[in-house]
Design a protein around this ligand. Structure first.
Ligand SMILES: [Zn+2]
Length: 418
């Protein structure tokens, strides 16, 4: 009996000590947490380059947008989404609006800033490892029509675009109205049709199982320009058929490599079908089959954009056109975001009210001695009409005389100079 009582008492003492210790620990936790509370600082008028340092221990998810402002100096914060003095937690979202300084409309006018200008969407097919002098056709054309071009001419094209102030953008950004090129520069888009193996020729795999790309295939050349001119923003979209890149042992690795390295992949129909000659159901198979195929390999990492083989149908009123844009195949619904024709001249700005992303024109990238809309003539035309960026993706800047051409983009600020 005695020893049992002792045991119970010992147990009670232990319980009391245990609870006491727990309470102390709880207090310490509460107290230290209290001590750790972070209060939002007042960032207004602070330089954005100092803000990161000021908020270093906050762990915030910061988004910055830029706006012109007459009162707040350039690069200083205009406003913050979390008021100063508010307690913030790790991972909270903070939106900052930062000043671009006063709008200098005189300078914009002098520099010819025009975001209602035209954008070239260049159409390539094949790139062959030859010199221009080795072909029996004009300039860098390997075949009569210049669908396949020499690697020498492709390199020259890229140098020409770069030197003339063009910077590449993704086709899917253009159709969303996101033209992210620096002030004074112009956007250009590169497209490749047909999945020719010379678009991205794989020579083998390295010891890690990664593809080794032939430096004289289109992507090999593009990658060399990526290193040479980091500000060129090298990218391109590749439109493929059922055969993908016609390298069965590497096709899937190629697709993954492209989307993981800043390129895009789109739909060029199942069998390079002429969609003005297909039936309603075979049109849907032609488009839907390729979406299914890309979906299985890439999930949602490809672009829902169709390049029409032969540029057909030529008119949107064709009965098959609506099945280019949406339909059903094999029980799966598909929606196409944009469609490309073959073409001859640069497209309008995405901010132009006549912009139609489901019927876009392309420029043939070929040589023809400066006639019939070859590269030379297209870029000569562009010198008078090209899109020239104000360097800010949130504004549309143009001459006041283009005012009537501007479509409605509620989230973008319009800046007009006279
Ligand atoms: Zn084609």
């Amino acid at each position: 009996m005695k020893s049992r009582k002792k045991k119970i008492r010992k147990g009670r003492i232990f319980l009391v000590v245990f609870l006491f210790v727990m309470i102390i620990i709880l207090f310490i936790i509460m107290f230290s947490n209290k001590d750790k509370d972070l209060y939002m600082l007042n960032l207004v008028n602070k330089n954005i380059s100092d803000v990161d340092e000021m908020l270093k221990e906050y762990g915030l998810d910061i988004t910055v947008t830029y706006k012109y402002d007459d009162l707040i100096g350039k690069d200083n914060v205009i406003s913050q989404s979390i008021k100063d003095g508010v307690i913030v937690n790790d991972g909270d979202k903070l939106d900052l609006v930062v000043s671009l300084g006063k709008i200098d409309k005189e300078k914009m006018k002098k520099d010819g800033i025009n975001e209602l200008g035209k954008v070239p969407i260049m159409m390539y097919h094949g790139i062959k490892n030859m010199k221009d002098s080795e072909t029996s056709h004009t300039g860098g054309n390997v075949d009569k029509d210049g669908y396949t071009r020499t690697v020498e001419s492709f390199r020259k094209d890229l140098e020409f675009y770069y030197e003339n102030g063009y910077r590449m953008i993704k086709l899917s950004d253009y159709i969303k109205g996101i033209i992210d090129v620096p002030y004074g520069y112009s956007p250009i888009i590169l497209t490749f049709d047909d999945g020719n193996d010379n678009n991205i020729k794989v020579k083998g795999l390295d010891s890690n199982g990664n593809i080794i790309i032939d430096e004289n295939s289109a992507v090999g050349v593009l990658e060399s320009f990526k290193k040479k001119y980091p500000d060129f923003n090298v990218t391109a979209i590749f439109f493929v058929n059922n055969g993908l890149f016609n390298q069965p042992e590497y096709n899937e690795k190629i697709l993954h490599w492209l989307v993981n390295n800043g390129y895009e992949v789109g739909n060029h129909t199942k069998n390079h079908d002429n969609l003005s000659k297909t039936t309603t159901s075979s049109t849907q198979e032609s488009i839907g089959y390729m979406y299914d195929k890309l979906d299985k390999i890439l999930g949602n990492k490809y672009s829902k954009i169709v390049a029409l083989p032969f540029g057909s149908p030529y008119v949107k009123t064709h009965e098959n056109y609506k099945y280019v844009l949406s339909g059903e195949y094999n029980g799966n619904q598909y929606e196409t975001v944009a469609a490309l024709r073959v073409g001859w001249e640069p497209e309008v700005s995405p901010f132009n009210k006549n912009f139609d992303k489901t019927f876009l024109k392309r420029c043939r990238a070929y040589d023809n001695n400066g006639v019939d809309f070859d590269i030379e003539i297209v870029f000569r035309m562009l010198n008078k009409s090209r899109y020239i960026s104000d360097g800010n993706v949130n504004t549309i800047t143009t001459d006041i005389k283009n005012k009537e051409l501007i479509g409605s983009f509620s989230e973008l600020e319009v800046i007009l100079y006279e």
